[in-house]
Design a protein around this ligand. Structure first.
Ligand code: HEC
Length: 267
């Protein structure tokens, strides 16, 4: 059996197939054999190269009258000969179906939600009410840092975290809890430098107590799934979970001296 086709039409098909394989596999895989960096060619580049190859082949087959006639022969046969009718009918169905599919694929709307970016931490109020008591936020320190043993607060905070927060914020405090992926915006990762490390403990207290519902109207819609914990946890319980967050994520809270030294309060 001869592998290389003798007719110009078969040769054209073979050249296009080899060119496709070379572009598709050669660009990503051949340079690494010589220790050179490489990456797969994007579809649009593959399309451009294939077009160039096709133009080259067409120039070659049409350059000589004899070859051009030989090239057209199989096409003409499929179009007119009685015994090639099944191929003709198959092509008449397949080509429009293919075009229809490509058009459909390009026009199909994408179902993925647009990404949402949270640029800043909203400004907290100067004070807040917590179960009928007014608590100042500005200048407030975590009272438990000077009361009792830190280890005991840490253990208590850990218990509260595992019972209430883990499902969303994750056991590694990275926002990857089992329910985390269901929310947009996602639960925040406390390992991130952009979260608790930038905040004072009283700011974090306000966020935990008031949750997504307590976020100010400016900068919204926040669409936050963060629950308001003032209904379920006591003041001390929130302060202990805050100690747990900072200790476990190995971060230090922002102090009020730092806030006073910078413009605009806690960000
Ligand atoms: C239902 C899921 C869910 C649970 C449970 C949950 N959170 Fe959240 N939390 C979120 C989401 C979503 C955000 C991000 C949106 C936002 O900031 O309101 C968030 C944000 C936060 C923030 C704000 C951090 C920042 O940088 O602004 C803190 C602090 C926080 N959570 C602490 C907790 C603590 C402590 C608990 C447990 C007592 C908890 N969360 C339980 C979903 C949850």
């Amino acid at each position: 059996m001869r592998l290389w086709p003798s007719e110009p039409f078969g040769q054209t098909v073979a050249i296009l197939a080899i060119a496709y394989l070379l572009i598709e596999l050669g660009i990503p895989y051949i340079p690494p054999l010589f220790g050179l960096a490489s990456a797969p060619a994007p579809d649009s580049v593959v399309f451009q190269y294939m077009l160039t190859v096709l133009m080259g082949v067409l120039i070659w087959v049409s350059d000589n009258e004899e070859r051009w006639r030989a090239f057209k022969r199989p096409i003409q046969r499929v179009l007119v000969e009685e015994k090639r009718k099944p191929i003709r009918v198959a092509l008449l169905v397949l080509v429009p179906v293919l075009v229809a599919f490509i058009a459909f694929d390009q026009a199909r709307p994408s179902l993925s939600a647009p990404p949402s970016f949270r640029a800043i931490h909203p400004a907290p109020p100067g004070s807040m009410t917590f179960r009928d008591r007014t608590i100042p936020i500005t200048g407030l320190e975590n009272p438990l840092r000077h009361e009792g043993r830190l280890e005991a607060h840490y253990e208590e905070g850990k218990r509260i975290y595992y019972r209430n927060c883990l499902v969303c914020h994750g056991d590694l405090l990275d926002g990857q809890g089992p329910y985390g992926p269901a929310f947009n915006p996602a639960p925040l990762s406390f390992q991130d430098v952009g979260t608790i490390q930038q905040l004072t403990e009283s700011y974090v207290f306000w966020r935990i107590a008031k949750g997504g519902a307590g976020l100010p109207n400016e900068g919204g819609p926040w669409n936050s799934a963060m629950p308001a914990w003032e209904e379920f946890l006591t003041e001390d319980e929130i302060w202990t979970v805050i100690i747990f967050l900072y200790e476990q994520a190995d971060k230090t809270p922002r102090t009020w001296e730092e806030v006073a030294g910078s413009e605009g309060g806690p960000q």
